[in-house]
Every structure is written in C-alpha cells, then in structure tokens.
Design a protein around this ligand. Structure first.
Ligand code: UD1
Ligand code: UDP
Length: 382
C-alpha cells in the first residue's frame, strides 16, 4: 500500500481530483491510500463544497483554511501548514494538479523535504510569465519526479526544456519520468456527461432553450481586475446579445462579481440587467457540463472551459491573447481574441456561421486517470 497526499485548493482542482479519486476507489483501493488536503484557497460553498458532494470526492482529511490573499501571503501560509502535515504524515509522494498557488506551495514544501512530487497536467505552457499560472506550472514541473502531460504539445514543451520523455527507471526530481497520458478532465466530461443530460429541465430555470444560447465565463485578473477592461467586455457582450437576440448564461466567478458590484458603472450594470444575459452564481460541474453541451457558442478565459468546449464540439471565443491549449486554436474551432470588443464580435460572426468545424481527438481516450494510477503504482510502489 502506498500513501499519497493529494493537495487541492481551487475549484478546478477539486474537479480534477474527482477523476483520480474515482479511479482509486474503483480499481486501486487496496494499493493506494489517498489523503486529501484542501488548502482553502477557494472556500465559498459554490466554489468548493458543491464539487465534493456532486462529484463524490472524499471529504478532505485536512483543511488549511488559508483563504484569499496576495500571492506571497497566500502561498507562504499554505507552505507553513503543508510542511507540518507532510512531516507528520510521511507520504510516499504528493499528488498535485495544474497551476494554482496551492500547486506551487505544495511543490516547494514537498521538494525541500525530498518527497517525490507527481504533477498531473504538466508540460502545459502559455509562454507568458505575466500569468501567475505559468510561473506555478514551470516551478512545479521542474521539481516533480513524475509528470503526466495531457497533450502532445505539452510533451514537445517538455522536450524543449530538456526533459527526457518516457524514462522508465531510477526516477528522481533530477531525472523525472514524463508521460503523455491524455486529459483527466476529458475523463470527467465523459463520465458526467450523462448526468448532465438528465438535468436538462434545469435549463428552464434559466429561461433558455438548448442550442439557443451562449455561455460566458471570465475570471482572469487581466480581464476582470481592471474595471475599465471588464466594463468594455461587459458592454460588448450586452451588444452581441441585443443585436443577435441571443441569450447568454454567465455564471460569475467571485473575483469577477466583486469588481462588477464595486467598480462597474451603474449604466453598464443596468444595461446588463436589462439584457438577455443571465448573470448567475457559479454552478455545479454537472450544471456547467449541461450548459457547455447545450450552448451554441462559448466565450471564456478559463483554461478548463475552453477545453470542455472542444470536448463537446462547440466553437469557442477565448478571451485571452494566448492559451496553453494552443491545439484548440490550431483545430480552427477556437479563436484567441484578447479583450478587444471588435475582435470578440468578429469572432462570434465567423464561428457562428461556420458549419464545418472539426474536433479531432486531442485529449486521450477518457482513461487518463487509470493510466496515471497504474504508472504511480509501478514507480512509487515500496
Ligand atoms: C485561482 C487560480 C487560477 C484558477 C482559478 C480557478 C492562482 C494564482 N489562481 O484564481 O489559476 O484559474 O483559481 O477558479 O492560484 N474568492 C471568493 N471566494 C472564494 C474564492 C475566491 O470570494 O471561494 C474571491 C476573493 O476575493 C479572492 C478572489 O476571488 O481574492 C481571487 O481568488 P484566488 O483564489 O486568489 O484566485 P482566482 O482568481 O480564483
Ligand atoms: N466550472 C463549474 N462551474 C462554474 C464555472 C466553471 O463547474 O460556474 C468548472 C468548469 O466546467 C471547469 C472548471 O470549473 O471544469 C474550470 O474552472 P475555472 O474556470 O475556475 O478555472 P481554470 O480552468 O481556468 O483554471
């Protein structure tokens, strides 16, 4: 039996953890003991608890209750508390997901204690260190002993950074194992797709009909922290909705909500409330999956949501200048538009008129979680 500590903290990490926890429960329960540590980076019920319940993630063994703060304060508080837990629990390895401050804190704390790190969603790069995620994922990859890469472009990135791919033995953080495995989020979207379909009546509550609305999410600091940028974005979406007579569903991240409530002009907030844009609190993963499956088009700056658009064969307008999921753009089904209202409108016109979008498989076969658990056992087994 090997003992692994999974560290999660932000919404997408709870969702990602559900895929591996499900694989452990179904196929590896007698071989892998998983201890879950929640840093408390996300703490609202709609950003945390709802995912544990709906996705059947085992309740966390520890909650560090770190909460919000500047990057340094948040990361430092996490590191102090994580170090204590790592020293007491003495795990064989630490399992980390993605690129948040929770990932960074756990990676640095574990590396200094010489505990092997397993990084799921490694190799992904946006090549823009202005984004905190790029710093977090670079550091985590370079401290890890096992790196699971969802895409072939990620494997190429790792090769370019000097990593050897598919090394089989004598793995350490200086000579790590790097494996192409597919995306555990694709596993999840396939797994929860049916549950989403069964909830189709929920669309009535939003007063929208399947295939007759757009889905919108925004939470990147570069889009929402500067209220002038956010104001222009909101105005652009009101205009598209009005001109196209197109309802939008906009589940709002708490970061974005705070700026809308405190810094957006009354005029724009009034226009928003009079428009066909349904501004709603964050939704559960199954509800989000339903929205993604039934939307005509998706506008987002979320890493996860842009991939899910692709899984469900939906055109996607990415509200960023670059994406770590460049293959989506290369496929022709997603366009990078940044924050320019004009580019957003043009992208909408172009993608909504396009009937021959292609979605070749890029994210594996829906069994990335099993592959990852198998590999972990092969390598970490004592
Ligand atoms: C974090 C991750 C980002 C990820 C996102 C997923 C980092 C650096 N960023 O960004 O990579 O895409 O999570 O959603 O780790 N807040 C609440 N309630 C909550 C959580 C947050 O009100 O439960 C508010 C607070 O005002 C907080 C702000 O949202 O200051 C931002 O939260 P934070 O976790 O720092 O960053 P995210 O933007 O959520
Ligand atoms: N998500 C959700 N409810 C919402 C918004 C997003 O369940 O109201 C899911 C979404 O389907 C995806 C993940 O959260 O699986 C993405 O998280 P987020 O956009 O917060 O972060 P990112 O992926 O950009 O790091």
């Amino acid at each position: 039996m090997i003992k692994i500590i999974t560290v999660i903290g932000a919404r997408p990490q709870i969702i990602k953890a559900s895929a591996i926890s499900r694989a452990i429960r179904n196929s590896f329960a007698s071989e892998i003991q998983e201890i879950i540590v929640h840093t408390g980076q996300h703490y609202d019920e709609t950003m945390s608890k709802v995912f544990f319940e709906e996705l059947n993630v085992p309740k966390e063994d520890f909650n560090l209750q770190v909460g919000s703060g500047s990057h340094a304060v948040q990361t430092a508080h996490m590191m102090i508390k994580l170090e204590e837990i790592f020293l007491t629990e003495k795990p064989h390895a630490i399992l980390l997901y993605g690129d948040t401050n929770s990932t960074l804190a756990a990676a640095v704390a574990a590396a200094k204690l010489h505990i092997p790190i397993i990084h799921v969603e490694g190799g992904v790069r946006s090549f823009n260190k202005k984004f905190p995620e790029e710093i977090n994922r670079l550091i985590c990859d370079h401290l890890s002993t096992l790196i699971f890469v969802p895409t072939l472009s990620g494997i190429e990135n790792m090769r370019n950074e000097g990593f050897k791919i598919d090394r089989k033995s004598q793995l350490t953080s200086d000579t790590p194992g790097v494996y192409h495995c597919g995306d555990i989020m694709y596993d999840n979207s396939l797994f929860f797709g049916e549950a989403a379909e069964r909830k189709i009546h929920w669309l009535n509550n939003l007063n929208v009909k399947a295939n007759e609305f757009a889905l919108l999410t925004m939470h990147r600091p570069s889009n929402v922290d500067d209220s002038r940028v956010l104001e222009e974005l909101l105005k652009a979406f009101v205009r598209i909705s009005d001109e196209q007579n197109l309802p939008f569903v906009f589940p709002v991240h708490p970061r974005t909500l705070k700026i809308i409530e405190s810094k957006i002009s009354l005029q724009t907030r009034t226009a928003l409330s009079k428009s066909k844009i349904r501004v709603i609190p964050p939704v559960s993963f199954v509800e989000m999956t339903l929205l993604e499956k039934k939307a005509n088009i998706i506008f987002t700056d979320s890493g996860g949501v842009q991939k899910e658009a692709y899984y469900f064969k939906k055109p996607c307008v990415i509200l960023l200048e670059e994406t770590p999921w460049q293959e989506l753009v290369e496929s022709g089904s997603a366009l990078l538009v940044g924050t320019s209202p004009e580019k957003i409108m043009n992208a909408y016109s172009y993608l909504s008129g396009k009937k021959d979008l292609q979605f070749p498989p890029l994210f594996g076969d829906g069994k990335a979680s099993e592959f990852i658990c198998d590999r972990i056992l092969e390598i970490v087994r004592v």
